[in-house]
Design a protein around this ligand. Structure first.
Ligand code: PRX
Length: 571
């Protein structure tokens, strides 16, 4: 544990005195930065966009700097206000009202962001989906949320099972294609006809804003419900942890289908009126370094998998680009390897700051901030306003250096307020006033937290949370498969990959073609990131007497570890 420590860097950091800010902290003080404290009524879209559009100093500042293969575009705060007003008018015309669920299933694009804020402006709840989702994944989420409107592209429409979605009244289609059916709304046509002016639906801080579906170890993905109040913490952590300043060019690489792409790809920068780079298209070291160079990115929030891929791409690739605009780098979503931190010091002459949080927590809770030393391998310390601890299964704190459940004292602004349609699931997160994360960790004597692993079977592949149950359910829909058990297998670049153990139905024999067919079946039915990279055929899948698949045992076998207690194993 006695790793090399990386001292803080000189600089005019926003959060200079961590201990002092932490001691006298109240979230109410942060609220004073917003306009609503006089009226009590809010809308996060107003705070993120319109407030700056009304400021003569800021209205012509670039809000969104969009770059993708074949398309580059800038929108000022004024333009983004007008476009989102137009879209709010389109939604109103189709009877979308406060509390309705409106889902977005499309690639990152300027249209996505205009639509996103349009949704919030009518007081509706936005549900962003990864464009990589296939039919089953789309169906599960739109059914559970009873979405009223979906915004998508003609290309993606074939993955939307319209017949199974009785609540879905309209589908807004963005971009070229056939749009003549009565349920379709032609985005371009209606945007052109809509007015630039819209009167925002003012809501309460506790009114709904976002639904992010995420995976657990059992059951279908759950709808994590966030309210406008979350913006307080997006704002504060953007200041302390992202260390954003007015002249920064900020780039968060996450897709808005993932909470990082909304909390830190939308709210954090724009609540501060900062220029936000949005990159479409896939990862490649050249394209990513090229984006930093071309747009002179200064603050960069990315993920360990991408960083590890940059490490393997080698110094030669990095050296081709001028990366000196960078002043602050952060990472989230998976454990950040100490070697990557060391590499960052060499490659960028900068520290890489790990941050920890979850879809459920809505914003960063534990982080390395610029004014504090970094202990490579540690996630850092709780941000002001957050009390974190390691607890045992009864909810009692355990001593320093002892492993246990990473837990957070209830009551921070960006906490999820519900699991959609599932109150008992929501309740199950809490014990003794603590929110229990499902991660195991320990705390050292100086209050730094060290991630150890997941306590449940949730898989983290390239930073994406995948529920084994969802993959198993899809696998057994394949005609050849009788039973399936799915685990995460450690992988040097991706953190974990998905490995499936299956048994075959009578009449089927293992072959390369069959395994490839199974892989494709999950890929096209669920999503590419959920498809097992490895499949192993077994005679039986280990189960408890009550019929639960013993994934832990599968994992021990895979890793050649002791199998532990198998007393509940079925004969
Ligand atoms: O296991 C932890 C891991 O990712 C989980 C949360 O996944 P998700 O909700 O998809 O992430 C949303 C945005 C962060 C956690 O329970 N995780 C997240 N950050 C870290 C991490 N594991 C190790 N180190 C981190 N910094």
């Amino acid at each position: 544990m006695d790793m090399q420590k990386v001292p803080s860097r000189e600089g005019d950091h926003n959060l200079k005195d961590y201990e002092q800010v932490k001691q006298n902290f109240s979230w109410d003080k942060v609220k004073g930065n917003f306009s609503w404290h006089e009226t009590g009524k809010v809308n996060a879209a107003y705070e993120a966009i319109d407030r700056h559009a009304e400021d003569p100093q800021k209205q012509n500042k670039t809000a969104l700097l969009y770059t993708a293969p074949g398309r580059e575009e800038r929108l000022t705060f004024g333009e983004l206000r007008n476009l989102s007003n137009r879209f709010a008018n389109v939604l109103k015309k189709h009877d979308v009202n406060k509390g309705d669920r409106v889902f977005l299933f499309m690639p990152r694009s300027p249209e996505f962001y205009a639509a996103f804020f349009g949704i919030l402006k009518v007081g509706a709840i936005a549900g962003p989906l990864f464009e990589a989702f296939m039919e089953q994944a789309v169906r599960d989420r739109l059914q559970d949320s009873e979405a009223k409107v979906l915004i998508t592209t003609p290309d993606l429409l074939e993955r939307v099972p319209q017949d199974d979605l009785p609540s879905l009244e309209k589908i807004v289609l963005v971009g070229e294609g056939e749009k003549s059916a009565p349920v379709y709304v032609d985005y371009e046509k209606e945007m052109e006809q809509a007015s630039d002016a819209f009167s925002i639906e003012w809501v309460d801080l506790e009114d709904g804003m976002l639904l992010h579906y995420t995976s657990g170890s059992t059951g279908k993905p759950k709808g994590v419900y966030h309210v406008h109040n979350a913006m307080i913490q997006h704002y504060a952590t953007a200041e302390w942890v992202l260390d954003l300043k007015q002249d920064d060019i900020y780039w968060c690489t996450a897709d808005p289908g993932w909470v990082t792409g909304t909390s830190y790809g939308i709210f954090a920068p724009w609540l501060h009126g900062i220029t936000n780079v949005i990159r479409g298209g896939r990862f490649s070291p050249e394209d990513w370094y090229g984006t930093i160079e071309k747009h002179e990115v200064s603050v960069w929030y990315t993920a360990p998998t991408a960083l590890r891929m940059l490490v393997s791409a080698g110094a030669d690739v990095a050296n081709k680009f001028a990366l000196s605009s960078l002043r602050h780098i952060l990472s989230v979503g998976e454990p950040l390897n100490p070697e990557v931190v060391t590499w960052g010091l060499k490659a960028f002459d900068l520290r890489i700051h790990d941050t920890w949080w979850m879809t459920e927590t809505g914003a960063i809770l534990i982080a390395n901030i610029p004014s504090e030393e970094i202990r490579p391998g540690s996630m850092g310390k709780p941000v002001p306003g957050i009390e974190a601890a390691i607890i045992d299964n009864e909810g009692n704190e355990v001593p320093a250096k002892q492993m246990g459940n990473l837990a957070i004292k209830e009551g921070w602004p960006s906490m999820m307020r519900a699991v959609w349609n599932n109150p008992s699931k929501f309740e199950s997160y809490f014990i003794n006033g603590w929110y229990v994360s499902g991660d195991s960790a320990y705390k050292d004597e100086d209050g730094y937290f060290w991630f150890q692993g997941r306590l449940d079977d949730v898989i983290n592949t390239s930073g994406e949370r995948v529920g084994p149950f969802e993959v198993e359910s899809k696998l057994i829909e394949h005609e050849a498969i009788a039973e399936a058990g799915v685990i995460g297998k450690p992988h040097p670049e991706r953190g974990e990959i998905i490995k499936a153990f299956i048994t075959l139905n009578d009449g089927y024999k293992e072959s390369e073609e069959l395994l490839e067919d199974i892989r494709q079946f999950v890929k096209t039915g669920l999503s590419a990131h959920a498809a097992p990279r490895e499949i192993e055929v077994k005679d039986a899948i280990p189960k408890t007497r009550s019929g639960k698949i013993m994934r832990r045992l599968l994992k021990s076998w895979e890793l050649g570890l002791p199998t532990g207690d198998t007393s509940t194993l079925e004969e």
